[in-house]
Design a protein around this ligand. Structure first.
Ligand code: FES
Length: 157
């Protein structure tokens, strides 16, 4: 095994641990009091549904975020990472992040996409499995709907 293979494997193990940790101990799980923006995200393929809550202050910054509902390990880990990552972002930054995450996780993105998706890179492995891409992007579609004040439920289909 080359050094490069070894570090790729180590990185993959670290990412797997990060996803398992967020799936087992989701951060910011529960209902948020006084949200300014909410949306449901649904994956019609399995019926899983997550509700995302955000509180945005007068300057357009996300000051708190939570989620609740039922989903598989990947969707819950993604929602946990989403809330962890977007708290403190301006809503326009969060929307830019949404585009970068969806394009990177779906593998349809531009290789030159400049946004660093940070810890969300842990989910990039899903791009090999189209059904899992929907799990990973489910909470992100709900984020977009919530911040756009869409009344409808965001669907992965
Ligand atoms: Fe339902 Fe992943 S299997 S969201």
């Amino acid at each position: 095994m080359t050094d490069e293979d070894k570090s790729t494997n180590e990185l993959r193990d670290l990412y797997r641990e990060l996803i398992l940790d967020h799936a087992r101990n989701p951060r910011h799980f529960g209902r948020l009091d006084d949200p300014t923006h909410t949306a449901d995200g649904i994956n019609p393929l399995c019926g899983d549904k997550l509700k995302m809550y955000f509180r945005v202050d007068g300057s357009g910054r996300i000051v708190d975020a939570k989620f609740e509902g039922t989903g598989c390990a990947i969707s819950v880990a993604s929602a946990s990472l989403l809330t962890d990552t977007t708290i403190g972002m301006r809503t326009d930054e969060a929307m830019q992040f949404f585009s970068a995450v969806v394009s990177k996780l779906s593998g349809k993105g531009d290789e030159a996409e400049p946004t660093d998706i940070g810890k969300l890179k842990a989910l990039e492995g899903v791009k090999e499995f189209p059904a899992r891409v929907k799990c990973a992007t489910l909470p992100w579609h709900a984020l977009r709907s919530a911040l756009n004040n869409d009344d409808k439920t965001a669907s992965t289909e």
